[in-house]
Design a protein around this ligand. Structure first.
Ligand code: CA
Length: 359
């Protein structure tokens, strides 16, 4: 090439900016909002290791700031239970809650929080991650434009707080009790007047006698609400919630807009929080229960066998009725129960005899 022509061409190239690519460049950084069904400061549900705010921090750190999530506790942006609609409409990209809060809209969603006499932490995660549970959750939510992931788990909860001891099934008659989910339906069949109250309203209602009994979570969380100052009988295993999954709910379009590496970061951070939140509960509950019994006069006990047997019988009835009324519930119920039977067989020769080894 002629030297002058070459220089001229070079000058032209330098002066004219490169043409924009014909395809728009993919978005590389994201600024999202997450709402939460629980109020400001709640340990496990909002703050602390493996909590939703911790999830937001983990994602921001792992993505080097490419995915920033601003967190809003209940009431800070929208009321406690409006996260489902906010995520569906795209007003926010994410919400932290429990899927059983959406029972009125999608009854089958309850199976992804907890089922009375269902699966414990190990069993629930085995089902979700390796037993087909996640695929069923995706199938249930996809038509609604939603995508969910498990992001936390309390482990086995406590039956709850009662102002009077429970000695027989007859003691449930006309008892006013705070209890959400499928277990509320079971208690209702036994004559309980079921109340749905958010966490923050449980203590004043129990103290004033507006309710006679309440379940919340476990010793650490319940003590923080002061429930030991309103009732003394604390029944200590969660037949009603053998584990309880925190749901990370996402707008499907928003999820699909994330590049693969950010999707991997979100999934991995959710899985890390699932483990970390649960182990945090495990580490703190024993000391809290000891303190409640030794320093607050709490009487901790298990329900009488005949009461548990009746609760189990009525649970089977409630689950069968719910499944018969809704094809989506039936499909998920059948899959859940098949997995539960298999997990129970394994637990019967592994965890259960281990816990029962002679001291
Ligand atoms: Ca609970």
């Amino acid at each position: 090439m002629d030297r002058r022509k070459f220089l001229a061409a070079g000058a032209t190239l330098a002066a004219v900016p490169l043409a924009a690519p014909s395809v728009a460049r993919a978005q590389t950084s994201f600024s999202w909002k997450m709402t939460n069904a629980y109020g400001p400061g709640s340990p496990f549900y909002v703050e602390g290791p493996g909590s939703p705010t911790d999830f937001c921090k983990k994602v921001e750190a792992m993505s080097d700031g490419r995915l920033k999530i601003q967190h809003f506790a209940a009431g800070e942006l929208i009321p406690a239970l409006e996260g489902f609609d906010a995520v569906r409409s795209g007003a926010v990209e994410m919400n932290a809650a429990n899927s059983y809060f959406w029972a009125g809209k999608i009854p089958a969603a309850q199976y992804f929080t907890t089922v009375p006499f269902g699966l414990n932490f190990q069993g629930m995660n085995a089902w979700l991650y390796h037993g087909g549970g996640m695929e069923l959750w995706d199938e249930l939510y996809a038509p609604l434009g939603l995508k969910a992931l498990p992001m936390g788990n309390t482990g086995v909860q406590m039956t709850g707080w009662f102002r009077k001891p429970i000695e027989s099934v007859a003691d449930f008659k006309d008892l006013k009790m705070r209890i959400p989910g499928l277990a509320g339906k079971v208690y209702a069949k036994l004559g309980v007047d079921v109340k749905l109250l958010p966490g923050g309203e449980i203590f004043p209602a129990l103290e004033r006698g507006v309710i006679d009994a309440a379940e919340f979570v476990g010793p650490y969380q319940d003590r923080r609400l002061g429930l030991q100052n309103a009732a003394k009988y604390y029944y200590t295993t969660g037949w009603h919630e053998p584990s309880n999954v925190t749901e990370l709910l996402m707008n499907q379009q928003a999820w699909d807009s994330l590049p693969a590496d950010l999707q991997a970061i979100v999934s991995t951070a959710a899985m890390a929080c699932n483990l970390e939140s649960h182990t945090w509960c495990e580490a703190n509950n024993a000391a809290a229960l000891k303190d409640l019994v030794e320093n607050s006069g709490v009487i901790a006990n298990v329900l009488p066998d005949e009461v548990v047997m009746e609760l189990r019988r009525v649970t089977e009835e409630v689950l069968a009725e719910g499944a018969a009324a809704d094809p989506a519930t039936q499909k998920i119920h059948d899959a859940f129960m098949a997995f539960r039977a298999q997990h129970r067989d394994w637990a019967a020769v592994s965890e259960k005899p281990y816990h029962n080894l002679p001291a």
